[in-house]
Design a protein around this ligand. Structure first.
Ligand code: G4P
Length: 529
């Protein structure tokens, strides 16, 4: 098959949600449709259990198991689907943000009872940064929830994206009767069924079809009214607007009952983008360029001391990746080849000979890779867009075994290369501040420094609220600010200056007092305050 047809065939995306909205359940139903798993519950058993939140070893163990499900590839309707898994646990939110740089679109799951939740909002902000196309699936319609019109308003308002319903629920909770597919005027009546496609599909000839009354009885009038309102309020669905991230189609259903899932998957296949071009520091690289290029978006370290290997996950952007062929590691300026690259089809890891744009290959690594690294057979180019977001918790790392300073330095460098946490250094006194999204990472760092590098540390609380990356067109002003605020200035791993603010109030004040300086909430310098 030609490179073009391989690209045309592929869809690489992530399913994201606030924990508990139904991401795992929906993923599982997709895999069942694709024949990648045979029984319900197979993915679920890999999910990090909510009860284990304070026991990081337990979580790491489960994360170890979930390497196999980091990428779930399967074929459906002649398409090669790659679902990139994202950890639901809040403390691993950074992992999720990075995974979003490696997908071409996302499906966002919302709980109809809870509406837009905190994590949903944050995830959507990350999608908006790259104009990633989003399809929204409103889940749990078998339970009482918010009014669908109110939900649509909430989605638009809170997520700041225009929405367009493509299916519409008939009733909700106990009175839930099914969904009406707005884009092809067919009706699917609800019947709870966890393993097969639920309900029969019935073609309806528009809202005047007399069968509507027969099938829906007293709910028919409500549906007619709703549909009329929808057609009046929302513009017709435009695939290009969706693909440019301007409009999000919305589906309703119940993942656990396998209801509305097939409609979602079928539409997804039809409208979602094929592997997309990506920006590098020098130019845009297109998927159909012959030479291979890709970037590492995730590194998974094995905590088992008997298997101290790491797997770097590389997303292919252009060309054909081949086993045992030499490619250039741009940061190290060195040629490398991989004798055992793995792919993740049907939840099995297997060695692959070739892979194409949109695919993710797992590369066994002994410490050569860092998140964001580019591998290529093209000219020297480096993919952009592996942003760091401001951490939420900051602690100073204190070396408690000065004889092992070297090991500590190496360990901290490697762990932060893997993306376990962010490292900020104060220029005076080489003070190391570790920033994370959750408390769990501090335990992970302490444990791994001791067990893998033989170094010991403790963490000392520091009172910072948020990190802001600094830029200015006026270099003198920026240097002056850095000099004056040296107590709050640290440098990230790439030596960019960062201001650590003690409170939201301080950052408001500083940005007002220093209009020449921009305070960015992430290292990609797009979102700023
Ligand atoms: P997550 O990955 O987003 O965290 O969510 P997950 O799929 O684990 O779903 C969270 C809970 O919601 C699960 O219940 C799941 O069974 C339930 N759920 C998912 N889809 C639906 C739906 O369409 N309707 C209803 N009523 N419930 C749904 P749990 O009790 O936490 O787990 P379990 O004991 O069922 O495994």
């Amino acid at each position: 098959m030609s490179l073009e047809s391989e690209i045309e065939k592929r869809r690489t995306f992530a399913i994201i949600s606030h924990p508990d909205a139904g991401k795992t359940t929906l993923t599982e139903k997709f895999l069942l449709f694709g024949g990648a798993i045979q029984t319900a519950g197979a993915v679920k058993s890999n999910k990090i259990k909510k009860t284990a939140t304070s026991d990081f070893m337990e979580i790491e163990k489960q994360r170890g198991i979930s390497v196999a499900t980091s990428v779930m590839g399967f074929e459906y309707s002649e398409k090669q689907i790659n679902i990139l898994d994202t950890p639901g646990h809040k403390d691993f939110a950074e992992d999720t943000y990075r995974t979003l740089t490696a997908v071409d679109s996302v499906i966002l799951v919302i709980d109809c009872q809870k509406g837009v939740e905190a994590q949903t909002k944050r995830l959507m902000e990350v999608c908006r940064m790259r104009n990633t196309p989003v399809i929204i699936f409103v889940n749990k319609l078998d339970r009482e929830g918010k009014d669908p019109f109110d939900l649509l308003d909430e989605l638009e308002e809170v997520l700041q994206i225009q929405v367009r319903p493509l299916s519409w629920p008939i009733g909700i909770g106990d009175s839930f009767k099914g969904v009406y597919k707005l884009y092809d005027s067919s009706l699917r009546l609800f019947s709870a069924n966890k393993t097969e496609i639920a309900g029969d599909e019935i073609d309806i000839k528009g809202m005047d079809d007399p069968r509507l009354e027969e099938l829906l009885e007293d709910s028919a009038d409500q549906l007619k009214e709703d549909v009329e309102l929808i057609e009046g309020v929302y513009d017709p669905f435009d695939k290009e607007e969706y693909r440019s991230g301007m409009i999000a189609p919305v589906f309703f259903g119940s993942a656990i009952n396998n209801f509305g899932v097939k409609e979602l998957l079928d539409t997804f296949i039809e409208i979602s983008p094929t592997p997309q071009a990506r920006e590098t520091a020098t130019r845009v690289v297109h998927a159909n360029e012959k030479e291979f290029s890709g970037f590492v978006f995730k590194i998974h370290a094995n905590l088992d001391p008997k298997h101290r290997d790491r797997i770097a996950f590389l997303r292919i952007i252009s060309g054909t990746f081949e086993r045992n062929k030499f490619y250039k590691h741009i940061r190290h300026q060195k040629k490398m080849r991989f004798s055992n690259p793995v792919s993740f089809m049907a939840r099995e890891k297997s060695i692959i000979e070739v892979a194409y744009p949109g695919d993710v290959v797992g590369l066994y690594d002994s410490g050569n890779f860092k998140i964001g690294d580019t591998m290529t057979e093209k000219e020297d180019l480096a993919y952009k867009g592996m942003p760091s977001f401001s951490p939420e918790i900051f602690k100073e790392l204190v070396n408690t075994d000065p004889m092992k300073s070297k090991q500590l330095e190496k360990g901290v460098r490697q762990l932060t290369d893997e993306g376990v946490a962010q490292l900020f250094t104060k220029s005076v006194g080489n003070i190391k501040i570790i920033g994370t999204v959750g408390d769990l990472q501090f335990d992970v760092i302490q444990y791994r420094l001791e067990h893998e590098y033989g170094a010991k540390c403790r963490f000392q609380p520091v009172n910072y609220h948020k990190a802001f990356w600094l830029t200015s067109d006026d270099k003198a002003k920026l240097n002056e600010f850095i000099r004056l605020k040296h107590g709050n200035i640290v440098y990230d791993k790439d030596k960019n200056p960062v201001f650590l603010a003690q409170s939201a109030w301080i950052i408001k004040l500083e940005s007002k007092d220093n209009p020449e300086i921009t305070f960015h909430e992430n290292s990609e310098f797009k979102v700023s305050v």
